[in-house]
Design a protein around this ligand. Sequence first.
Ligand SMILES: [Zn+2]
Length: 269
Amino acid sequence: MALSFVQKKSAPAQYNVVTKPAESPKKTGTVLSFLKTGQSAREALTQEEAKAELAKQEQGKLWRFWMPDGEDRRVTFLDGEMSDDGLLDVPMFYQHTIRINGNWESFVCTADADTSQPCPLCESGDKPSLVGVMTVIDHSEHKVKNGPNAGAIIKNTRKLFLAKRNTIKQLTKLAAKRDGLAGCTFDVSRTDDKQPSVGNQFDFVEKFESYDDIADKYGLKIEDAQPADYTQEIRYRKPEELIELGVGKAVKSALGTKKVSSAAISDEL
Ligand SMILES: [Zn+2]
């Protein structure tokens, strides 16, 4: 069954408007000009910079919901209404997920939004996946590892829930039974590492009538019990910005050394 029904035709366009020019990574040309470094050293440096730049840009953004295999979580969906034709009405877009210096990083594929030039990540051999985005509250406890709040226990955290095709199909069935996912709490399990990292078993717990009810039950501010503003949370980078970050090159070098296969990437989300 084609997924064209859930893809909003206008979806890629909305990511155009959120683009703020990214700060340029530090230029290294002058430093490298007197160092006799090889191609691999330059690529490593590019990756290091891309990672630092990405970390800076992602500060203050919502985390993406993810669970290790074999674990259980409890989440409440804050959106995911049913459309009039009985389908899950979520914004969708094409996303590349690549490894940069050991971290998985995601980038919006530029192919739909910018037809004037090829997407640098597609060009370098990576295949994008169609994903739908929703917002959940992750009720599980999490210990903060770094920063000023290191050691603190946080829970009931709002996160982005990115679902690929099979998860969207599964959630559409659940949503049909509950008249939409918004307000529904599920116990989620990920049964093994081949399963989507957002989990593959969803056990219904309860459904809230309103955002107020969710905020009341978990002691949250009302704004922390609302769907995220995806135009703020999902950063669209223009092809030029991706090239400047060096992420196209990062894929190329990873593919070249067979450290990453497309199949491994598509199993990650
Ligand atoms: Zn692409």
